[in-house]
Design a protein around this ligand. Structure first.
Ligand code: FAD
Length: 341
């Protein structure tokens, strides 16, 4: 058992997915915790598959990978289930990592379960935190295993899930949940070129064309967000919020209730079943602060909440709270901003 921590690096058209680099960053924290607890030198290793991937291989190293296993094959240019699963399972059998992390993207959500089922190991989907800790069961102590932490039962509890008996322990993690390390351009890592074992017979599906569906918005990289909830009242009411967001240079987000009410497109939804955001400033307008909404925004650096109910749960996590009516507060904020700008 190498005990190393692996991150599957998702690349699409020569660009590495942000979530993969966020996971490399998190893996460095886990490796450090593991090393501190055991004195064992656990390393972070990245898996990069594709065609002409040499240039990309240095990227995970900047974020903390000690080694990158590269499999370069034109048949791995795009993700397809059978070749990717075959290559990854083969590598796992040879190298024996203790942990593998995948982004909870369409690719990660397809690949992770296929690997889990091939190796008969566990996989926890959509984790929001990962830690190293001990676990006791039936008189047996399992030391330094992966705590796979995620909301459960509709977000009402936070569950810690372990798979102590089988390795690798595997988890998918949603985009934007883990903090990205500052890239260290001087960092050196080992690039290991692994011969491809893909055969033409494995290529059961052929990608003929890939069409990128435009998202209404991509909030994961937003620095300032103005979010509206049911308290905004109507679709037209959202125009006031949108206008305010535009004035202050913010992106527009919403609670699920506002999305369900048809005020705004689902791509704007923040929370457990929407996107996870980490802006410098999050202004929540007419949002009660349900746990499922908070799960997607409580890591924001500063939170301002505007709500006409002084007991709204959102005020428990807000750094600044304004008790008042949206229609009254927003125009005043806009005016004040313009006066300062
Ligand atoms: P409400 O709870 O109705 O709150 C509206 C708030 O506006 C109230 O606090 C009220 O005091 C205030 N208000 C009313 N009028 C005004 C006014 N004129 N001026 C100022 N304030 C006013 N929710 C999400 O957001 N994201 C998710 O991803 C998500 N996923 C979910 C997943 C599951 C499995 C489940 C069960 C639920 C999920 N939810 C999610 C729903 C969540 O539980 C809440 O129902 C939802 O977040 C409530 O949205 P809201 O705060 O806009 O509406």
């Amino acid at each position: 058992m190498s005990n190393n921590i692996w991150v599957f690096i998702q690349q699409d058209d020569g660009k590495i997915a942000d979530v993969s680099l966020q996971l490399v960053s998190k893996a460095t924290d886990l490796a450090r915790d593991y090393n501190n607890k055991t004195g064992e030198a656990v390393q972070v290793e990245a898996l990069l598959f594709g065609e002409n991937i040499k240039e990309m291989a240095a990227e995970p190293v900047k974020y903390g990978a000690d080694r990158v296993f590269c499999v370069d094959d034109s048949r791995l240019k795009y993700y397809t289930p059978v070749p990717y699963t075959k290559v990854l399972v083969d590598l796992i059998k040879k190298e024996n990592p203790q942990i593998i992390l995948y982004g909870a993207t369409t690719t990660g959500r397809d690949l992770g379960p296929r690997v889990a089922s091939s190796l008969k190991v566990g996989l926890t989907a959509d984790c929001t935190d990962l830690q190293i800790g001990d676990y006791e069961s039936k008189g047996e102590t399992y030391s330094n295993i992966l705590y796979q932490i995620r909301p459960a039962f509709g977000g009402n509890i936070v569950a810690t899930i372990v798979s102590p008996e089988k390795k690798p322990q595997m988890a998918t993690v949603r985009e934007g949940v883990m903090k990205l390390n500052e890239p260290d351009l001087s960092r050196k890592g080992e690039i290991v070129n692994v011969p491809s074992i893909v055969e033409d017979a494995d290529c059961l599906t052929e990608i003929i064309e890939r069409v990128q569906q435009d998202k209404a918005v991509n909030l994961t990289a937003s620095q300032i967000i103005v979010a509206g909830g049911m308290g905004v009242g109507t679709k037209e009411g959202f125009d006031i919020i949108a206008d305010f967001a535009k004035t202050i240079g913010a992106d527009l987000a919403a609670s699920r209730a506002a999305v369900d009410a048809g005020f705004i497109h689902k791509d704007h939804q923040v929370g457990q079943t929407g996107v996870t955001v980490r802006p410098k400033l999050y202004i929540a307008c007419g949002i009660s602060g349900a746990i499922q909404h908070r799960a997607g925004m409580d890591q924001s650096a500063k939170i301002i909440a505007i709500n006409n109910d002084p007991d709204a749960p959102i005020f428990q996590i807000a750094h600044y709270g304004i008790v008042g009516e949206i229609n009254d507060v927003i125009p005043k904020l806009k005016k004040a901003f313009k006066a300062k700008a």
